[in-house]
Design a protein around this ligand. Structure first.
Ligand code: C2E
Ligand code: MG
Ligand code: MG
Length: 270
């Protein structure tokens, strides 16, 4: 009986693998034509000044409406794009589209907002990334101080020297650097003193139920006070409830992002 069960289990595993492999292959194929087929769009999630209740920025999030698969979440297609070497091209499209959009919003006459763009590790470490950013800023005429590049903790922790060099070049262009997903496993306060970042995004795993979770509240409170002393801005993400928002506000966390404030949408002011 045991043997038979094992056998079935193995078969199941094998066909699972086959299916996963096949889907990945099809996703790769789809991604190769997605830009030309205009299947990508960006949505924008507002970032709120919690004290004054005004939108001060937006994070651009990529959406793929594939002809074959319908909507595919970035958590599925971004890793494939990275693996098969398509992320640079896709990332460039994202950067250009986001900068163009932000420039447009900022000439509409209200207070300017910044645009935050996610950058994958491969894209960031690509030889001509800094050049591409400067070319896109030139092309779109977006004031560089309104562009914020989000890199993950993981990038910040690896290839230290090279990463610092790239960040410094980017900062000399005038763009801002944010650390995304802070608190998801690689966190170390150590590198905050070494890497010249402007913004730290506190991950939603620390924000969740913050008003009920003493330990997380303590961690977040210390992140807020350390970053304040280092003159790094802080933004809490994944705010899903009124209680979380109120609690963060009381902790002097002045910027926030999350479903409770707004889901990602076409226009961050609407
Ligand atoms: P991220 O950069 O951490 O983006 C935040 C994700 O959390 C987004 O998911 C957003 O829709 C979601 N989110 C926002 N508020 C809440 C909330 O209150 N609760 C919960 N549960 N979720 C919330 P999305 O759009 O599916 O993106 C997932 C990830 O895919 C992003 O995580 C980012 O790492 C990556 N990604 C998205 N767009 C791009 C892109 O243009 N380039 C690159 N390289 N990566 C991207
Ligand atoms: Mg992000
Ligand atoms: Mg995240």
């Amino acid at each position: 009986f045991v043997k038979e069960k094992g056998k079935n289990g193995y078969k199941l595993f094998q066909s699972d693998m086959k299916e996963t492999f096949y889907r990945k292959m099809m996703i790769e194929k789809g991604l190769r034509k997605a830009i030309d087929a205009e299947e990508f769009t960006l949505v924008y999630q507002p970032q709120l000044d919690l004290k004054n209740n005004v939108v001060i920025g937006a994070e651009a999030l990529l959406r793929w409406n594939s002809e074959e698969f319908g909507m595919v979440p970035p958590s599925e297609f971004i890793p494939v794009a990275e693996e098969v070497g398509l992320i640079n091209q896709i990332g460039e499209w994202v950067l250009l589209t986001a900068c163009k959009q932000c420039k447009e919003w900022n000439i509409e006459g209200r207070d300017p907002i910044k645009i935050a763009v996610n950058i994958s590790m491969k894209q960031f470490l690509e030889g001509d990334f800094v050049y591409k950013v400067s070319r896109i800023l030139d092309e779109t005429q977006l004031n560089p101080t309104y562009l914020e590049l989000e890199i993950t903790e993981k990038i910040a922790m690896t290839n230290h020297e090279k990463v610092i060099e790239i960040i410094e070049s980017l900062k000399s262009l005038g763009v801002r650097i944010a650390i995304d997903d802070f608190g998801t496993g690689y966190s170390s306060l150590n590198y905050l003193g070494k890497i010249p970042i402007d913004v730290l995004k506190i991950d939603r795993s620390l924000v969740k139920n913050i008003s009920l979770n003493n330990k997380n509240a303590t961690i977040v409170q210390s992140i807020i006070s350390v970053t304040k002393k280092l003159q790094i801005d802080v933004i809490a993400v994944g705010i899903e409830t009124k209680e979380e928002l109120q609690y963060l506000k009381n902790m002097d966390c002045y910027t926030g992002q999350g479903y409770f404030i707004s889901k990602p949408k076409e226009h961050p002011f609407s």
